[in-house]
Design a protein around this ligand. Structure first.
Ligand code: BG6
Length: 501
């Protein structure tokens, strides 16, 4: 596809997200030939910097965070020419005129109009003021050429998400708004759709007749650490389940879309959330668990508890587990167990689809001593693989069965490195493809779904926090949540643990 001339205006240009993710991603896109010839990045922030200082900072960041290793100077010389910096006061509409001037300078130099992408990599309280000031400064007039990218969190609850949507859609068309959920850009997450909808053998079993239950587990060894201040106003349910885990659930549960286009795919995903059962306070009691980590040791290093990191007696959850149901024909009665937590034993994002057992086991009972269940295990990270667990006869003179893995492993199959999620997503903003971005109604539906949980939790404050220690699998009650139904949380043994920390 031919790329249009593009200008990125990155709000939060001196911030962490730009340093760790955006700049390295754009640099890799450049290396792989995905950027248009006429391309520039205007970083902006409160700090006063010259273009050269901005470039030097990003060079350091890219060297540190890029998957492609140390930057080569010939390549940097070319790429860095497209980096510019403009100090700004985001509350001051005058500032925005400067962006207009800069944009025009580039367009004059290029003898052509450019697409302009405003990327809001700033704290969420700036989203409204930036959008308003862009509009006031007439920088959003050309709907065909202007896009806005909004980082998370998109709202703090249903009400605030709605009012942010209202504000944005007063200024932009939905087609111009790119709400980021970076999980959707992950290579292995995109592959779930390929796997489900480009193979005919799965669909006949992909329903309540064959699937027993689904688990979606996103655990991290990392703690809240320096982010504790921000994190404390959020918690695991808002930070991870409202967005990343529910999106994974939607991809697993969605009906086959008519085509791989933004509206078709997003319609099918939002259908899933609309079908999900809303919780009564009693459901919240029975179907959710929250936890907070205490101190402990991870990989031989002593780590503080959450309250110590934060420096106060917070009741914010750093772990959440929820049992959801999707009330439609395909999934009636099939539980979806979601869990996520910080400072846990492993960093791993894994979806496990457990199938029902055979209707009649014809082998002698002893043959089954070592078998478990048929499972499809989609490992998103750090291992990138899809495994199908099946039963097989162990070689030998007696009839003994084992559970064995049929494995599709990225490492063993492909030699090229998978791109980072942000490379995919930034490229899509340039191409104008919204398939992997959150539509306004999806975000609201996800908030609507978790509001009863948030509200019930809010009203029940007396908690025994901390209730799990670092390096554990979360609170005991999370095991009980799933054990009551006769299941247990599935974990993939990781052999390269060191690298995942
Ligand atoms: C972010 C959360 O959205 O996702 C963080 O705010 C979390 O708390 C992160 O650590 C996890 O992302 P990833 O890509 O490292 O799995």
């Amino acid at each position: 596809e031919k790329m249009q001339p593009t200008i990125f205006v990155i709000f939060g240009g001196t911030g962490d997200l730009n340093a760790r993710k955006l700049a390295p991603a754009l640099y890799n896109l450049y290396l792989e030939g995905w950027l248009p010839k006429q391309f520039s990045i205007i970083g902006t922030g409160r700090t006063k910097l010259k273009d050269d200082e901005f470039r030097a900072n990003l060079l350091k960041d890219i060297n540190q965070f890029s998957r492609s290793g140390k930057v080569k100077s010939e390549q940097w010389d070319i790429f860095s020419k497209s980096l510019f910096y403009q100090a700004s006061d985001l509350n001051d509409a005058e500032t925005y005129k400067e962006f207009g001037v800069r944009i025009q300078q580039h367009e004059t130099e290029w003898h052509t109009r450019a697409n302009v992408i405003y990327y809001l990599a700033v704290a969420p309280n700036f989203f409204p003021i930036i959008a308003e000031n862009l509009a006031k400064s007439k920088l959003t007039k050309d709907a065909e050429r202007t896009r806005i990218v909004i980082e998370k969190p998109f709202g703090h609850d249903l009400e605030s998400a709605k009012s942010l949507n209202q504000l944005l859609t007063r200024i932009f068309n939905e087609r111009q708004i790119y709400r980021i959920d970076h999980y959707l850009g992950k290579e292995t997450v995109q592959n779930i759709m390929a796997f489900r909808f480009a193979n005919s053998i799965l669909e006949p079993t992909w329903n309540r007749n064959y699937i027993d239950h689904v688990q979606i587990s996103v655990t991290e060894q990392l703690g809240a650490g320096e982010r504790a201040g921000y994190y404390d106003g959020s918690g695991a349910l808002r930070d991870m389940i409202q967005n990343h885990l529910l999106q994974l659930l939607c991809i697993v549960a969605m009906e086959p879309p008519v085509s791989f286009s933004a509206e078709e795919v997003r319609n099918r995903k939002v259908d899933v959330m609309r079908a999900m059962r809303r919780f009564s306070p009693e459901d919240v009691r029975l179907s959710t668990v929250r936890g907070q980590y205490g101190g402990g040791w991870i990989e031989g290093k002593e780590v503080p508890g959450y309250r110590d990191e934060l420096g106060s007696e917070s009741n914010t959850e750093t772990f959440a587990a929820v049992k959801f149901f999707v009330d439609n024909w395909r999934w009636q009665g099939v539980p979806f167990y979601l869990r996520t937590g910080k400072r846990m034993h492993q960093s791993a994002s894994v979806i496990t689809i457990q199938f029902k057992d055979v209707p009649h086991f014809m082998f002698p009972a002893a043959a089954a001593d070592n078998i478990s269940h048929n499972r499809l295990i989609i490992s998103i990270q750090p291992e990138m693989s899809i495994r199908l667990q099946v039963q097989a006869k162990r070689p030998g003179l007696d009839m003994v069965l084992n559970t064995v893995d049929m494995v599709f492993d990225y490492k063993g199959t492909y030699t090229n490195q998978a791109p980072e999620a942000y490379e995919t997503l930034l490229l899509d903003t340039m191409l104008g493809d919204q398939t992997l971005f959150m539509r306004g109604d999806q975000v609201e539906e996800a908030w609507d779904l978790i509001m009863p949980i948030l509200n019930t939790w809010q009203n029940r404050k007396s908690l025994n926090f901390p209730n799990y220690s670092a390096d554990s699998w979360g609170p005991e009650s999370a095991e009980a949540l799933i054990a009551r139904d006769g299941f247990h949380w599935f974990t993939l043994p990781l052999n390269n643990k060191k690298k995942t920390a």
